[in-house]
Design a protein. Structure first.
Length: 291
C-alpha cells in the first residue's frame, strides 16, 4: 500500500519537476543562460495565482491563468532587465559575462523572494484544487487534482514537443541551440528567438508554479529549494538535454518522495543533492549530456 502511494505521489511531483526543468533546460540550450531566479519565477506565479483565486475572489479557474501570466511577466523582467543588459554590456569582458549573468539572476531571485515575503509573509499557502474529489486506486486514495496535475504536465510537454518538431519557429528554436550563427544566415533574428525561448520558459515555469501551489503548497522559503531542484535536474540530465532532464526529473522526484515517506519530509532534498555530487564526479556531462 505504501509502495503504491509512493509511486503515485512520486509520479505527480516528478511530472511537475519535469515541466519546470524543461523550461530551465530550454533557456540554457538556446541562450546559454543558467537562470538562478527560476524558483522566484515559480514563486510569483504560485503566490499571485493563490491570491487572485482566493483573496481577490476571482476563483481557481481565473486565478490559475492569471498566475501563469504573472510568471510569464516575471520571466520577461528577468530577461529584459537582468540578463540581456549584461549580455549586451560593452563594459563586461565577453569571457566574464556568464558569471555576471549567474550572479545577476541569483541576486534577482533573492530580491523576488524578499519582495514576495514582504507582500505575502513567509507562511505556507495552498491554492484551491482545480478539481475536487478522491479516486481509489488499488485501495490507495488519490485526489483527482493530483491525477489531473500529472496529466496536464504531460499534455503541456507534448504540446511543446509538437511545437519544436512540427513548426517553423520551433525548428528555428532547436537550430539556435545547435548553430546560432547559421540560423542568422537563414534570415532569423537571434534576439527574437531568445525572446521566444524566454516566453516558452515563462509559461512553463508559471504553469509549474500554480500547479505546485495546488498540490503541495508553497511559501517564500521554498524559492531556493525550487531553484536547487531544477538546477540538480538539469545538471543530472546533462546541460541542454531535454530528454536527460525528463529522466533526471523522475529520478529526483522519486528520491525526494521516498525520503519524505520513509525518512523525514525535511530531508527530502538531501539524496538528490548527494546523487548530483556523485554524478558530477563520475560523469560530469550528466545522464545524456555531451558536454
Amino acid at each position: 500500500m505504501l509502495l503504491l502511494q509512493i509511486l503515485i505521489d512520486g509520479f505527480a511531483i516528478s511530472s511537475l519537476y519535469a515541466l519546470g526543468a524543461i523550461g530551465f533546460t530550454l533557456i540554457f540550450g538556446v541562450s546559454g543562460v543558467l537562470n538562478l531566479a527560476h524558483g522566484g519565477v515559480m514563486l510569483v506565479a504560485a503566490l499571485m495565482g493563490w491570491m487572485l483565486a482566493g483573496e481577490a475572489g476571482l476563483g481557481t479557474y481565473l486565478g490559475t491563468p492569471l498566475g501563469v501570466l504573472a510568471g510569464l511577466i516575471t520571466a520577461y523582467i528577468t530577461y529584459l532587465m537582468v540578463v540581456r543588459p549584461i549580455q549586451r554590456s560593452a563594459a563586461i569582458p565577453r569571457e566574464e559575462k556568464e558569471i555576471f549573468v549567474l550572479t545577476g539572476t541569483l541576486l534577482w531571485g533573492i530580491m523576488i523572494q524578499q519582495g514576495m515575503a514582504w507582500l505575502f509573509s513567509d507562511n505556507p499557502v495552498t491554492m484551491r484544487p482545480l478539481i475536487t474529489g478522491v479516486a481509489s486506486i488499488a485501495g490507495v486514495r488519490v485526489p483527482f487534482n493530483e491525477i489531473m496535475i500529472a496529466v496536464l504536465c504531460w499534455v503541456v510537454i507534448g504540446l511543446l514537443w509538437l511545437f519544436v518538431n512540427r513548426t517553423r519557429l520551433g525548428k528555428a528554436l532547436l537550430a539556435a541551440s545547435m548553430n546560432p550563427r547559421g540560423l542568422t544566415l537563414l534570415g532569423f533574428e537571434l534576439s527574437r528567438i531568445y525572446l521566444l525561448a524566454w516566453t516558452i520558459y515563462g509559461v512553463l515555469a508559471g504553469i509549474a508554479g500554480v500547479l505546485l501551489a495546488s498540490f503541495l503548497g508553497v511559501s517564500t522559503n521554498n524559492t531556493g529549494q525550487l531553484t536547487a531542484s531544477a538546477f540538480s535536474i538539469v545538471v543530472l540530465g546533462g546541460l541542454g538535454s531535454v530528454s536527460g532532464s525528463l529522466m533526471a526529473a523522475y529520478v529526483v522526484g522519486y528520491l525526494e518522495t521516498v525520503t519524505a515517506y520513509l525518512v523525514a519530509p525535511t530531508l527530502r532534498p538531501l539524496p538528490a543533492l548527494l546523487l548530483l555530487v556523485l554524478v558530477v564526479y563520475v560523469r560530469p556531462q550528466g545522464f545524456l549530456g555531451r558536454r
